[in-house]
Design a binder for this molecule. Structure first.
Ligand SMILES: O=C(CO)COP(=O)(O)O
Length: 249
């Protein structure tokens, strides 16, 4: 059984003061034993978030990292730093990193290998643009993203990696994929993983859907056969996150 995972990607939102107030407000209500809840606040808030959620089931993730341990990389953050302060998860290759900060598939691959080396649980994001969907190349494009991202990743590590399907046209737009569209692509991703590795790996990998998920549509997505949870932007930084985490209740 794959455990449902709900990750809140706060993006560049909330100052440390706002973040702590918010975590104090929601933490008891999003603390579920049967669902893995991961908060991914900005770097500056990570340590405070680790401390504030101690004693709960809530885990903390970072939104990005660099693929070297240390050195002359001005402005970057290393996986060792994240690990030392108690961060457990890392979002890799979010579409905003790819489009705004020009991250390539090769960089995503290097980050994935580095995260694994430091025992951070990776959430690797993939997804097509509206144009690619219209041209019906969604699965081909995602196959290429996944193939490059997983290059050199062992079977044992692949099983523990989380894949997030986030169609670009659904991020922050309020235009979410239908549950059938999301399930179709998440199912195809599972098949791609089976082709790259084997059925055992593909049955263990957790696949999330992201893109305009709210408390209103969460249950539709999270009850699909191949969707094991979600990665949430807008609805993770306000109280809607409480209802969202308690989907189906
Ligand atoms: O990018 C996302 C999560 O990583 C999705 O963002 P929204 O939920 O705001 O559409």
């Amino acid at each position: 059984m794959r455990k449902t995972l709900i990750a809140g990607n706060w993006k560049m939102n909330k100052t440390p003061k706002e973040a702590i107030e918010y975590i104090q407000l929601i933490k008891n209500q999003v603390d579920r034993e049967d669902v893995e809840v991961v908060l991914c606040p900005p770097y500056l808030v990570l340590q405070l978030a680790v401390e504030e959620t101690r004693g709960t089931h809530i885990k903390i993730g970072a939104q990005n990292m660099y693929y070297e341990d240390k050195g002359a990389y001005t402005g970057e953050i290393s996986p060792m730093m994240l690990k030392e302060i108690g961060v457990d998860y890392i979002i890799i290759g979010h579409s905003e990193r790819r489009s705004i900060f020009k991250e390539t598939n090769e960089m995503v691959n290097r980050k994935l290998l580095k995260a694994i080396e430091h025992q951070l649980t990776p959430i690797v994001c993939v997804g097509e643009s509206l144009k690619q969907r219209q041209e019906k190349v969604t699965i081909d494009y995602i196959r290429m993203q996944i193939k490059i991202a997983f290059k050199g990743v062992s079977e044992a590590e692949a099983k523990k990696t989380i894949v997030a399907y986030e169609p670009l046209w659904a991020i922050g737009t309020g235009k979410y994929a239908s549950k059938e569209q999301a399930e179709e692509v998440c199912g195809a991703i599972r098949k791609l993983i089976a082709d790259l590795y084997n059925d055992d790996v593909s049955q263990q990998v957790r696949i999330l859907y992201g893109g305009s998920v709210t408390s209103k549509n969460a249950n539709d997505f999270f009850t699909q056969k191949n969707i094991d949870g979600g990665i949430i932007g807008g609805s993770s930084i306000n109280e809607d996150f409480i209802s969202l985490v308690n989907y189906g209740h």
